[in-house]
Ligand binder design. Sequence first.
Ligand SMILES: Nc1ncnc2c1ncn2[C@@H]1O[C@H](COP(=O)(O)OP(=O)(O)OP(=O)(O)O)[C@@H](O)[C@H]1O
Length: 237
Amino acid sequence: MSISVKALSKNYGTQKAVNHISFEATPGKILGFLGPNGAGKSTTMKMLTCYIPKSSGEAKVCGFDISTDALEVRKNIGYLPESNPLYHEMYVKEFLFFVGEIYQLRDLKARVNEVIELTGLKKEQHKKIGQLSKGYKQRVGLAQAIIHNPNVLILDEPTSGLDPNQLIEIRALIKELGKTKTVILSTHIMQEVEAICDEIVIINKGEIVAKDTLQGLLTTHGEKSLEPIFVKLTKDI
Ligand SMILES: Nc1ncnc2c1ncn2[C@@H]1O[C@H](COP(=O)(O)OP(=O)(O)OP(=O)(O)O)[C@@H](O)[C@H]1O
């Protein structure tokens, strides 16, 4: 088990952003983490990547506890945050060298060239990040997330705002990465989940309302697609 989450909670003051959630994620599978705006997806991802502390509960990444083994957790995780914060004044290669140095990677030049190849950045590699299109900025975000070859990838809305061509290419890349790594991906695009996710967790108002495979959810709810199930489980009544 690469990710194990048990009764994990996060309170912001009196607000329960994430409330006692439990789920697991395994290598070679892509887990779609879905929920309406404000459901608690980013908060969960930030706890798993040790960006914010939990309020209670437990989570382990590759056996390492997010509260007591943050350094080991970070070594094992690649994270693409929702806003994809990048240094716009840096050149693509310069930025990837910078990230690789933080991880103290050996043979960094070869690794930077490898991730540039993997993420399809070759023809844009000499540009400044600020000069790149949104899709290529996402590729840089993915490149920095995988540069240290982590076992687990946490991707917060990796395809939001991309044109259909970029979307297809980034999805294909994520699917490829998901063959060997444990991937947790949040998205609002139901077709994306249907296309690439093996497991689905739906969170609403900080609580998990569904946890199954796509086929399992379709069968349980007697539907042919995910959208009506998502609406049924998360709409305000
Ligand atoms: N730093 C913070 N301080 C206070 N409340 C916060 C903070 N960050 C998030 N929240 C609140 O926690 C709840 C969950 O937010 P979160 O960003 O995790 O949702 P989300 O599912 O990622 O939403 P979206 O799909 O819009 O990105 C929301 O009500 C949000 O306003």
